[in-house]
Design a protein around this ligand. Sequence first.
Ligand code: KG4
Ligand code: ZN
Length: 342
Amino acid sequence: MTRILGIETSCDETAAAVIEKSGEKTEILSNVVLSQIADHAAFGGVVPEIAARAHVEALDGVIKAALDEAGLSLQDIDGIAATGGPGLIGGLIVGLTTAKAIAAASGKPLIPVNHLEGHALTARLTDGIDFPYLLLLVSGGHTQIVYVEGVGRYQRWASTIDDALGEAFDKTAKLLGLPYPGGPSVEKAAAGGDAKRFAFPRPLKGEARPDFSFSGLKTAVRREATVLAPLIEKDIADICASFQQAVTETLTDRVARSLARFRETHPGLNTPTLVVAGGVAANQAIRAALDTLCGNAGFRLIAPPLRLCGDNAAMIAWAGLERLEAGLEEEDTLGFAPRPRW
Ligand code: KG4
Ligand code: ZN
């Protein structure tokens, strides 16, 4: 039996979790996520200094809560997995320093985990899927398609050339005076809006390269909002609906490129898998569009449950466990330095 404590502090969630693997059975014993949304809301986005301070204040308590909920103490843990990057340097230092202290004091291995690897491997924890598969990661900081070949074996097939998709939602919300985080606000406002009223651009749509672009959309929204100002509720709903429609169309067009590439390079795989992860995966319109896209392309779409889709520490613990089992942990990880741009 192997039990791993996971720690995640790369952005604005302070998180700790314990997972246990016994034979082929894996269980999430605890998954504590303390969101800092309220701390950053007044600023319309994550403020790095506030985030770092909040991690310092919360992390010990969050780790204790995760151990308590699992009914375990540090002696029962076989390894400590902590996000080593990419992310905000202050939070990474807090999480790694704490993890190193626990590892040094307990004599258990420290496993630095790449945050993206956590997202990439989550679907193996939730759905037990096999390699290889494609991952679409859409969050506040990332928009990319990763070819997942095995533990520690990843290839980026596409990424955004400007804003991340979640960032586009957040900036659009801010422009329209909607509350942070912007994604849920825009989705809610869009529900009552006319998606045909504004012809926002579909950046890169139809292009052969597989990448994403969203900054032009935000600019178009700003232009429209300026022309219409002061905005009434109907304007905001129509802008949100039109924005979401444009995003969905351009996203599925871009993703289709990578699905085609996967098909061409894996002719023997009957029903390949696309995993979608990251906070934006909560968006129902986007999910529905990806569902249709995958159905038409003969792919299976897997979307891990929301609490494992956004940032959390269970995914870090799981990635740490997979790395440990694959024999990938580096020697002398206590000297590992945070990698904000890993
Ligand atoms: O993965 P996540 O929780 O954190 C990181 O960015 O790492 O993703 C947060 C992002 C934010 O930009 C938020 O606005 C977006 O996901 N988001 C959404 C929705 N819920 C969260 N975007 C669109 N529609 C949603 N329902
Ligand atoms: Zn993330």
